[in-house]
Design a protein around this ligand. Structure first.
Ligand code: FAD
Length: 308
């Protein structure tokens, strides 16, 4: 069976594209390791447009149901199956999976997302989603009038601080290095806010808490002194690891291993492959954005298949 399209991934980007593929009657296959994507662990998602509040598990169930409803005879769903290799042979792509299956297709949409780099210190696992979070625009409002910390002094850390300053009583940004990596203009602007404190050379040693986070202990790397910071929220921004291993020899990636795309239409560097969501070199990472990117890709794929 030669598919029109194979979608890899079942987060918001892949699921949105699959709904459109079904409704547009594209003969498609969806390889989904797990429906829902990164926010599946979230207890309360408050910014999925059209739904005031739902858990990550509910979001995942809704994605699956929505795709199944419109898949009919057009979208075959392979859940729990991972793409491990992609090859191009003239105008046809072959995808091999971890279940020893091989599928052939005219086009591919990659929506494999990313994983957040996590703190590997005492208390980090225990307090995940109990004060430790990875998304200011998702969870920031829950920390209104509270003291919070941001870990990481790159652009993502400073952008997170900017968002938190709108709600929090105070924001302390800690970076392990002497110098912050963010743009100077951003650093100066953010640190000028009276609610903001920046601490460099700070190695996080431990997260304190009972049921929820109550603070953290950090060590000044230069003088070895340990200090406790009392905070109720800790926003970790120490990098993302995009799931792009399978395409690293096939597609152009940026310096962070994210797939480079044409922002007009989600096309990658190789004709016949599109990509959307957090595995691409876009600036912002949100469910709504990933879903929109997935739809943009699908519209372009549809046009490509029918105008060819
Ligand atoms: C803890 C947390 C909470 C968040 N909360 C919110 C929130 O409240 N609101 C919000 O807007 N955003 C939130 N985000 C951000 C949001 O989850 C992401 O921006 C979004 O999930 C990106 O969607 P995506 O489809 O690009 O990729 P992902 O969600 O990462 O999905 C990737 C998909 O690909 C599959 N996959 C990966 N590799 C393979 C493979 N080789 N073969 C087959 N399948 C594969 C995965 O199983 C998954 O289905 C949160 C992020 C985190 C980490």
């Amino acid at each position: 069976m030669l598919y029109d399209l194979i979608i890899i991934g079942g987060g918001p980007a892949g699921s949105a594209a699959a709904v459109y593929a079904g409704r547009k009657h594209l003969k498609s296959l969806m390889l989904v390791y797990e429906f829902g994507g990164q926010s599946i662990v979230s207890e309360d998602i408050q910014n999925w447009i059209g739904t005031v509040s739902l858990s990550g598990q509910e979001l995942a169930k809704n994605f699956k149901k929505h795709v199944e409803t419109y898949s009919k005879d057009f979208v075959v769903i392979k859940e729990g199956e991972k793409a491990i290799k992609i090859e191009k042979d003239k105008d046809i792509f072959k995808i091999k999976t971890d279940q020893n299956n091989e599928y052939v297709t005219k086009t591919i949409l990659i929506t494999t997302g990313s994983n957040r780099r996590k703190l590997k210190i005492e208390g980090a696992k225990k307090f995940e989603n109990k004060g430790i979070t990875y998304c200011a625009s998702c969870d920031g409002p829950m920390f209104a009038e509270k003291d919070v910390a941001v870990i990481g002094g790159g652009n993502a850390g400073f952008e997170t601080a900017v968002q938190l300053l709108a709600y929090a009583k105070s924001v302390t940004l800690l970076d392990i290095e002497e110098n912050y990596k963010a743009d100077k203009i951003t650093i100066d602007k953010v640190l000028a806010n009276p609610k903001m404190t920046g601490i460099s050379n700070a190695e996080i040693i431990k997260i304190n808490g009972d049921q929820f986070v109550t603070g953290l202990i950090y060590k000044n790397k230069k003088i070895g002194e340990e200090k406790t910071l009392k905070v109720e929220g800790i926003f970790v921004e120490i990098g993302q690891i995009p799931n792009t291993e399978t395409v690293k020899n096939l597609l152009e990636l940026d310096e962070y291993n994210r797939i480079k795309i044409d922002f007009k239409n989600q096309k990658t560097s190789l004709e016949g492959i599109w990509s959307a969501g957090d595995c691409t070199n876009v600036l912002y990472h949100q469910n709504n954005i990933a879903a929109g990117d997935g739809v943009r890709a699908l519209e372009d794929i549809y046009l490509y298949l029918h105008a060819k």
